[in-house]
Design a protein around this ligand. Structure first.
Ligand code: NAP
Length: 259
């Protein structure tokens, strides 16, 4: 990524900035001239990230907000964008799930919560932002999905389903606004770990660091790419899933367990 590429994108929103990927993005984007708005729920962790951005010469504000309160999120977005228009928006916040041992299906309340955080909120925020950016004739939006969205995972049905919805929405939104100077990038990571806290955790298949995902993601978003799959080998799994006969695919999906 060149300094020139970023200097024209100096007003930046990151949701999920208190988490691993959000923090890595924030630190890589923070530089003199940049102004970051960092959203998350945990005020203490957000302030640590904001402090790290300020130490790198950027202006940084933290906003503690729960995305299940969509009205509050949309109001905050409108206020912040009206005060100083965003050039770059990274919608990173998300939650995972796994089927509890012995359960046949997930708890319906948890299903609703995950859909709200992983699909409803980022889609609505992206729509609000894309509309405002289209009126200005410029802007870049990134939505973070997952490689898991390409697979019907019984062990993480709502995670895979909500992110699959987000992936389809991102691609349709990209087409809606591409004639208006606005790009929408879907980022589909495989497993990644927070190297600041995840040292003791066993490695998951194909796991990389959150920093590596951020490193790949920033130039892809600045270039206005439609999708980034990281690491790329997860694209092979996507094709494998599509090409397998359904009975065989079903057997494999039913046998999957998280390590
Ligand atoms: N880690 C992986 O292996 C992996 C793989 C593929 C895709 N992803 C996706 O990548 C993104 C970032 O993952 P990560 O590992 O960095 O996650 P993380 O460390 O668990 O951080 C998640 C972030 O989302 C925020 N968040 C969660 N629920 C929220 C809510 N209701 N309202 C507002 N903010 C909320 C968290 O805020 P607080 O912590 O302040 O509550 C945190 O900032 C997620 O969308 C995830 O689905 C992760």
């Amino acid at each position: 990524m060149t300094k020139e590429a970023l200097s024209t994108h100096s007003r930046i929103l990151i949701t999920g900035a208190s988490g691993a990927l959000g923090r890595e993005l924030a630190f890589r984007l923070a530089r003199p001239g940049a102004s970051l708005s960092l959203w998350g729920r945990d005020a203490e962790r957000l302030e640590v990230v904001a402090g790290g951005c300020r130490a790198r010469g950027a202006h940084a504000d933290a906003r503690s907000l729960d995305l299940t309160d969509l009205d509050a999120a949309l109001t905050a977005l409108k206020q912040e964008d009206a005060a100083a228009p965003f050039d770059l928006v990274f919608l990173v916040a998300g939650q995972g799930d796994t089927l509890p041992p012995g359960a046949v299906v997930e708890d319906p309340a948890q299903v609703a919560r995950l859909c709200q955080v992983n699909f409803v909120a980022p889609a609505a925020i992206a729509a609000a932002m894309a509309g405002r950016m289209a009126a200005r004739g410029r802007g870049r939006i990134a939505l973070v999905g997952t490689a898991a969205a390409s697979h019907s995972l019984p062990i993480a049905a709502t995670y895979a389903g909500s992110k699959a919805g987000l992936a389809r929405y991102a691609d349709a939104l990209r087409l809606s606004v591409r004639g208006h100077g606005v790009s929408v990038t879907l980022v589909s990571p495989g497993f990644f770990a927070d190297m600041q806290t995840g040292g003791a955790r066993p490695s998951l298949p194909g796991e990389i660091s959150a920093g590596r995902v951020a490193e790949k993601m920033i130039p892809a978003v600045l270039a206005g790419r439609a999708e980034l799959s990281v690491p790329r080998r997860f694209l092979l799994l996507r094709w494998f899933d599509r090409l397998l006969p359904r009975p065989l695919r079903d057997r494999i999906l039913l046998s999957l367990r998280l390590p």
